[in-house]
Design a protein around this ligand. Structure first.
Ligand SMILES: [Zn+2]
Length: 388
């Protein structure tokens, strides 16, 4: 059965908008996307039609860093540790992401392989594509130890990677530095693992065919993770102390050369930070994003959803940070779609509206190239060809 979506504007890619366009979907796959007459001519006689004369069709959005186990409230850690059944909450969070136009999600840390259980629970139902890490590798009492991924030897590192792979992980997450939400343990700018251990993580993950995502706020941790050959650096803050940072040009250059992506994990909370710290401090803090962009490092769209105030259903509030930083809207849409797909190794699967790719399609009212807030009004969401 064919589905034809016509729209006032179609973005096969954000850099190549087509006025008065259409998208043809067959069996969950995009058959054609482009000028309306060309596309409609290829549709079967009983194709289902969706017409959005004032809308824009683009690829579904990405959120490559979430924690479905957390509920985004101020008490999220207490709720997490007191709950013995996290599945229902996690399922409803994933569903709310779909309704907001997000069709690919990567969960980067859970307890008891919750993410894999959520994915199984949606079998046969419409949901975003969900990639999961399972419990992240951390040191005893280290960052996010409460997920259950503490290791204290090389053997334990290998065993945790094996267990995560067996439970369905798509990526191995390692807490290369300390973090914000864990009492005790390393500070954000301090490393939890050395370069040799991170290389072991990367090499052992590779035996399962899995990439590595490194949580790294500290400049040393980022440098070691990049040397080790991780696939993505999460946060990527380059901190050297509580109020100091050291953006290392050579590290960014190596990330760009090796195809290592960066996810800033900024949510809509950025506005609160601007209000609290003022424009100048906030510009300095988020300045790492234009700096990474200048170095040609691929940026991925992820919000650390689940942390306090980092809600699951406001991808636009997070993307508006890039606009505040001066990124053109075309670039922001690329970061939210095709760049994130490429960074996750899904560039030949999704992230663009092109023949042969999976039909992850978002139609919104208005034109997001003219105003990002158009993304706040989804008219239609297709996840792998199925209507949300
Ligand atoms: Zn996180």
């Amino acid at each position: 059965m064919d589905t034809v979506i016509t729209a006032g504007r179609v973005l096969p890619r954000p850099s190549a908008p087509v006025e008065d366009g259409a998208v043809l979907v067959r069996d969950g796959v995009i058959v054609a996307a482009g000028p309306r007459a060309d596309v409609v001519a290829q549709a079967g006689p009983d194709a289902v039609r969706h017409d959005f004369p004032t809308g824009t069709a683009l690829a579904g959005l990405f959120n490559v860093h979430v924690h479905l186990a957390f509920d985004a409230s101020r008490e999220m850690l207490a709720h997490f540790s007191e709950s013995d059944d996290l599945l229902e909450g996690a399922r409803s969070r994933l569903t709310s992401m779909l309704r907001s136009g997000v069709t690919t999600v990567r969960d980067l840390g859970d307890r008891g392989h919750l993410g894999a259980a959520v994915r199984r629970s949606f079998a046969g139902e419409v949901a975003p594509r969900l990639l999961v890490s399972g419990p992240p590798i951390t040191v005893p009492g280290g960052h996010c130890h409460f997920f259950g991924g503490e290791v204290s030897s090389d053997d334990e590192i290998r065993a945790l990677i094996d267990a995560n792979a067996a439970a369905g992980a798509d990526v191995i997450k390692v807490m290369a530095s300390g973090g914000q939400i864990t009492e005790g343990g390393a500070d954000m700018w301090e490393s939890q693992f050395d370069a040799r251990q991170l290389s072991l993580v990367v090499a052992h993950a590779a035996t399962h065919g899995l990439p590595v995502a490194a949580h790294a706020h500290g400049a040393d941790a980022i440098e070691a993770a990049v040397e080790a050959g991780v696939s993505t650096v999460e946060h990527c803050s380059f901190l050297t102390g509580p109020r100091s940072s050291d953006r290392r040009d050579a590290v960014a250059a190596k990330m760009a050369a090796d195809g290592i992506s960066a996810c800033s994990t900024s949510s809509r909370n950025w506005r609160v930070i601007v209000e609290k710290l003022g424009d100048e401090v906030a510009q300095a803090m988020y300045g790492r994003l234009p700096w990474l962009e200048e170095h040609g490092v691929r940026l991925l769209s992820g919000t650390d959803a689940g942390l306090p105030g980092s809600v699951f259903d406001d991808p636009v509030g997070a993307l508006e940070l890039y606009e505040w930083l001066g990124f053109p809207r075309r670039r922001i849409l690329e970061i939210a779609t095709e760049d994130s797909a490429a960074g996750l190794g899904l560039g030949s699967v999704t992230g663009r509206l092109e023949a042969g790719l999976t039909a992850d399609v978002l139609v919104v009212e208005g034109d997001p190239l003219a105003s990002l807030s158009a993304l706040r009004n989804p008219l239609l969401v297709l996840a792998q060809g199925r209507e949300a």
